[in-house]
Structures are given as C-alpha cells and as structure tokens.
Design a protein around this ligand. Sequence first.
Ligand SMILES: *Cc1c(COP(=O)(O)O)cnc(C)c1O
Length: 406
Amino acid sequence: MDIPAIEGGAPVRDTKIFYGHQYIDEADVEAVCRVLRSEALTCGPMITELEKRLCALTGAKYAVACSNGTAALHMACQAAGVWQCAQDQPEDRPGEVITTPITFAASANCALYCGAKPVFADICDHTYNLDPAEAEKKITSATKAIVVVDFTGQAAELDRFRELCTKHKLVLIEDAAHSIGTAYKGTMVGNIADMTTFSFHPVKTVTGGEGGAVLTNNEEYYRKLLLYRTHGITRDETLMEHASEGPWYYEQLTLAYNYRMTDIQAALVCSQLDKLEQFGRRRKEIVKRYDEAFLQIPELSVQKEIPESDTVRHLYILRIRPEKLKIDRKQFFAAMAAENIQCNVHYIPVYRHPFYEHLGYRRGICPKAEKLYEEIMSLPLYYSMTDQDVEDVIAAVRKITAFYRK
Ligand SMILES: *Cc1c(COP(=O)(O)O)cnc(C)c1O
C-alpha cells in the first residue's frame, strides 16, 4: 500500500496546488489596458457594457454593477427594506432575514447592515443547500426576506423558495456568488429571484479583481439600487424634491454608500465573460471526473445534484464519512497538504463566529450544517487545472482513504 506523505511516503506531486485560482489571458490584459488609456476610469462605458452583458447572459431586465458581492447583497437588502417587519408589528421589532449557515458571512451580514436580524435555517443533508422545509419553519410575522445561496454553484430549490415567498409575501434574494452560468429548469440564475447577486472576486468563476452586481426584473428595485450604489444621490430631475438649480445640481435623497465599480474592473469582467462557456465546460469536466472517482470510495460522500440545476460548479466539496476512517477531517486536510494539495473549508457555520455568538446565537441551531462542517474540505477546482492536476488530487484522496480506512 502507498504510504501517505504525512506518514513519510512520497507526495503525489512536488508543487503545491490550491483550491481555487483565477485565469487571466492576454485578452483580459488588453481589455484592462484599453480602459487605462481611455478617459473614463469609473462611471464610464464599460459599466454600461458589463450591465448589458449580464442582462444578455441571464435574461434579466436590469443589472447594477457594484464594488463587490457583499455590497451587492447589502444593496439588495436595502432595496427589499428588510429592516421593516412584513406585517403589523411594533416599530422597534427588527425585520428578519432567513438564510443558510453554510455560506460566507456576507450572506447574513447584509441583514445586520440594514438593522434586520439574520435567522439561520438548516441545510439539506445531500445537496448542502438551504432546505425549504427548514426555512419555512423559521418564518414569523417579522420575516421580510429569504437570502438563498447557490452553494458550490448548484441552484437552490428555487421553485420551492418562490412558493414560500409568494405565500408569505417575502422578498427572494439569491446569493449567486458561486453560480454564475448555472441554469435552473432552463432559466439562467439571475433571472429567477426578485434580486440576484454576483461576486467577481478572484476565486469565483469570473473575476474583476473585485466586483459584484445585482440583477432584477423589478424596475422599482432597479431605481433604488442605482441610488444605493452612489450615496443615495441622484441627478434624475424626476426624482428630485426641489427644482433643479443648474447643470451642477444633484440631490442626496437617502443615506447610502459608495459602492461603485471602476471601468477597469468592468472591462476585466466583460473579457472574462467571453470565456464563461469555456470556464463552465472545463469545470463540469473536472467535477464529473471527481464524482466518478469518489463515488467508488465508500469512505466518502458525494454532493447530490438536483436534476433541475444545470450547474457550473465553483467549489468541489469532499465529504468524509468519519465513522469509516481512522482520521478526522482535520487530519485528512493535513494529509492532503502533505501531498501538496492545499484544500480549504467552505464554510464555518456563520453563527459560530464569535461576533454572532456575542449577538446571542448558540451552537446547535442547525445540526446538519454543523455536522457537514466537521466532515468537509474543498478540493482544487479551477479552469486552468491540467488533467494531471486532477489525477493527482484523486490519487491523493485514494491513497489517504485506503491507508486510513477502518
Ligand atoms: C464571495 C462570496 C460573497 C461575497 O462576495 P465579495 O465579492 O467577496 O464581497 C458572498 N456570498 C458568497 C456565498 C460568497 O462566496
């Protein structure tokens, strides 16, 4: 039997690979340089171009590019008015926003930014996405919105969430930071929820260095998002409270932030979108190869795909079955690192962070999410992985499971 590197054997490879990496080609570099040589570094034509491209990609009516995915979530929550209770409630009772704990903290922080309360509902044990039945149990008269996350890129059960939101008059916000390019029942993510948010961070499928966007089909949300992107300021005379005092005149109508994206970033995202199909195809190939290999290893569980989702996967989750192994996740993770495969863990359940503990959230709220967290690591998955990289990852997983199997 092969000896794992952590036990003194030879590692499966000599150079380290990481769980994610951006892919930048000459066309991307050119696109950025063109902006640098142009007049507008921000608020220019590339922002309009990116917004058009996102609408064309998804079929959504409106897109608002912004500084990052977190800002996108914040603006979506502002536009949804999440701090207000849904029904007749005392003014001082905060609105509630239901979300999953298996996500990046921003999916819940966005509610807190607005003075609303994040409420965590448990996941489905097989898809790792928010379970609609668990979400429904958490709906109260204060619930205002559901922030559903397409974890790893797989669409959440959007029909079920749509039904819940219609029935209880809630706003459906889809955090699609992982799922650009994914379709649900043939409709692209971005054209399904009331508002959908993207992130263009370098580990995501398409990058702008930093960047984000909100997509919607609702004109009222769109108008609000435009205001919230830029300090609550408007130059649109039809929105102004006073008569215009001259060509310089603008009005601040509400309090908001500077969440603008630069044209430099927008040009990079546009150029990356040219490659989305090719990115998606390669990611699907790698996922298929991983799934084939890992379905044959009884010490592992493979994330279940719902047939409704045609998924461009952002993350590949390896889940161990600790009852069948002599080592736990932490030791497995270390064994992978010794093979020169640097995994990551997505995610620490949000409410387990000290900040959330100090707010009064306790362990045990979502047992399935907590169990998942104990058993997972994210394997390398990115466009520029070679077939050999993929085989190295599989070889390392096979070697480690074989050596430590009970
Ligand atoms: C990356 C990410 C975000 C935040 O996006 P940024 O662009 O980094 O602000 C939000 N939600 C999820 C699920 C993410 O993965």
